[in-house]
Design a protein around this ligand. Structure first.
Ligand SMILES: Nc1ncnc2c1ncn2[C@@H]1O[C@H](COP(=O)(O)OP(=O)(O)OP(=O)(O)O)[C@@H](O)[C@H]1O
Length: 254
């Protein structure tokens, strides 16, 4: 649904992305791997429509999103969920945090919004919120204060918040950095569950083993360029590009 076509981007004088093309396909996990500072987050921001590209286009359903009206672009943005590296939760309950994205996206006057503002009495939680909390294994903690969660649980709530909006595209920026193996496994299971629901997942990760575990396709990013992309098995086993091979073999140290 969302695709970047030859996009470039820079911060001030620093050019960060050059001629990058990537399409998020439904029911597929695309892992963006590469050393720190090579532009993975910047590319995710373009796919999330936070920033317009400088050169190239970002399309949704084959339409250049930056030529759409603001209202149309907002509608496209609502079809995209994003989980950032730093998990920022409100100091309210797990349920409130998990429902927040849904309420903002739909309307503050629908059931989720009314409930969030304390107008709808006790939950039943909106169904997609309950399902999302199930997916990340936190249904049992709906009433707990978010401040009582471990870092791993907090990241799982952030994931549930994005999933509860029933996005068509899920953009994940290092969702398991600094997490223990159990929380990492739970997030990876949730990524697989999202993919199985036909969501297009794009995940930036430093963790090559993680990419091997969960990705259908892989893109190797170096110095702001996707130097190699293709089916995970092909990229890992026989990359065409020498620098991609060196990075995958752990020889390219930044
Ligand atoms: N808001 C910003 N203002 C100025 N420079 C920025 C900004 N965000 C990122 N950069 C620079 O752009 C480059 C690419 O950063 P980016 O965060 O996209 O890389 P990354 O591959 O995601 O890195 P990491 O894996 O460490 O998250 C870096 O040199 C970074 O310093």
């Amino acid at each position: 649904m969302i695709a970047a076509h030859g996009v470039g981007f820079g911060y001030g004088d620093e050019r960060v992305l050059a001629d990058v093309s990537l399409a998020a396909e439904p029911g597929e996990t695309f892992a963006l791997i590469g050393p720190s500072g090579t532009g993975k987050t910047t590319l995710l921001r373009l796919l999330a429509l936070f920033d317009p590209p400088e050169g190239g286009t970002v399309t949704a359903d084959d339409r250049d999103v930056w030529t759409l009206s603001r209202a149309e672009r907002t509608r496209v943005r609502r079809r995209v969920g994003m989980v950032f590296q730093s998990r920022s939760l409100f100091s309210t309950s797990v349920a409130h945090n998990a429902a927040y994205g849904l309420a903002v996206r739909r309307s503050w006057t629908d059931r989720a919004g009314r409930w969030l503002r304390g107008l709808a009495g006790e939950p039943p939680l909106p169904e997609s919120v309950a399902e999302a909390l199930d997916t990340v294994g936190l249904r049992g903690k709906v009433r707990d204060p978010a401040s009582s969660l471990s870092a791993g649980e907090a990241q799982r709530v952030a994931f549930a918040r994005a999933l509860a909006t029933e996005p068509e595209v899920l953009l994940l920026d290092e969702p398991t950095s600094n997490l223990d193996p159990r929380n990492t496994a739970l997030i990876e299971e949730a990524v697989d569950a999202a993919r199985d629901r036909d969501i297009a997942v794009v995940i930036a990760t430093h963790d090559m083993q993680q990419a091997e575990r969960i990705a259908d396709r892989v893109g190797v990013m170096l110095d702001g360029t996707l130097i190699e992309q293709g089916p995970a098995a092909e990229v890992f086993d026989a990359p065409d590009d020498d620098r991609a091979r060196a990075f995958i073999d752990g020889e390219l140290v930044y």
